[in-house]
Design a protein around this ligand. Structure first.
Ligand SMILES: [Zn+2]
Length: 268
């Protein structure tokens, strides 16, 4: 059955708003626009982190001023947290435009988890200095210490990239959609998968009033969508099964064909 289209508002994401797949999709190369965007996000992330660490230094200096102003310490810790989290979010966004390669294991880890590393730098020294401070009384120490520990945890948690993008994953997704013969994919604001058909039952629902159309990297950059809808994939295969020219079966025994090649395990 052909794609019947959709009555919903269909927003076509402009080329250049996010990257287009590289002509040679074996390796993923971000477009100059994506590179530039990533650079801008990274610059602001680093600036935000510098402010966060600066606020931590200010809080540490406050610990040496007698009498210790509790409210000021807490304000500095909260401000430190705000800038640390802003930096983390910008940094993770940048990685969606310009992902690291899984082949360089150390770089891949550091680039994707840098926010968590910065969180440790921006809070752990302060936490240790609060708990070892002799001028803070028991109750005060408990309160400020708890605020600092919670801030460390929040900053660390938002700094972790639980679904880190990689060049290999991008290339594989582009290849996958290409091998299915689709030019564009579709997604919704709230969805977690991209679709091959505008009229897919999962996106063409009553709740949906807008469907986005674009490339796989766009889905990833704009919404962090990494998975292809299983319903769409099954439908596409069914529709194209008849038209497909059977492969020369004699040369490739069925047992040697790797199963599930088209569907990568979701990385979560
Ligand atoms: Zn679908």
């Amino acid at each position: 059955m052909p794609d019947k289209g959709t009555k919903k508002k269909l927003t076509h994401v402009e080329e250049g708003e996010a990257s287009t797949p590289a002509a040679e999709a074996r390796t993923f190369v971000p477009t100059p626009e994506s590179k530039a965007k990533a650079g801008k996000f990274r610059l602001f992330a680093v600036l935000s982190w510098i402010v966060a660490i600066g606020l931590e230094v200010a809080a540490i200096l406050q610990l040496k001023v007698q009498p210790i102003k509790m409210w000021l310490l807490i304000v500095l810790i909260v401000a430190d947290l705000v800038f640390a989290v802003i930096g983390n979010l910008l940094w993770k966004k940048a990685n969606r435009f310009d992902p690291a390669s899984e082949k360089q294991k150390v770089k891949f880890f550091v680039q994707n988890q840098l926010g968590a590393i910065i969180a440790v730098i921006a809070f752990l020294p302060l936490v240790l200095l609060i708990f070892t401070n002799k001028d803070l009384k028991g109750k005060q120490k408990g309160l400020v210490g708890a605020v600092a520990v919670v801030a460390l945890l929040i900053a660390g948690f938002t700094g972790i990239d639980f679904n880190p993008p990689s060049q290999e994953q991008y290339a594989q997704q582009i290849e996958q959609v290409k091998s299915l013969g689709a030019e564009h994919v579709y997604w919704t604001k709230s969805g977690s998968r991209f679709h091959l058909y505008q009229d897919c039952q999962h996106i063409n629902t009553r709740k949906t009033d807008e469907i986005f159309q674009g490339t796989v990297p766009q889905a990833r950059e704009l919404k962090n969508i990494t998975e292809l809808c299983k319903t769409c994939e099954a439908r596409w295969k069914k529709e194209h099964a008849a038209a497909e020219i059977p492969a020369p079966a004699a040369e490739v025994p069925a047992a040697e064909v790797p199963a599930g090649d088209l569907v990568p395990e979701p990385v979560n």
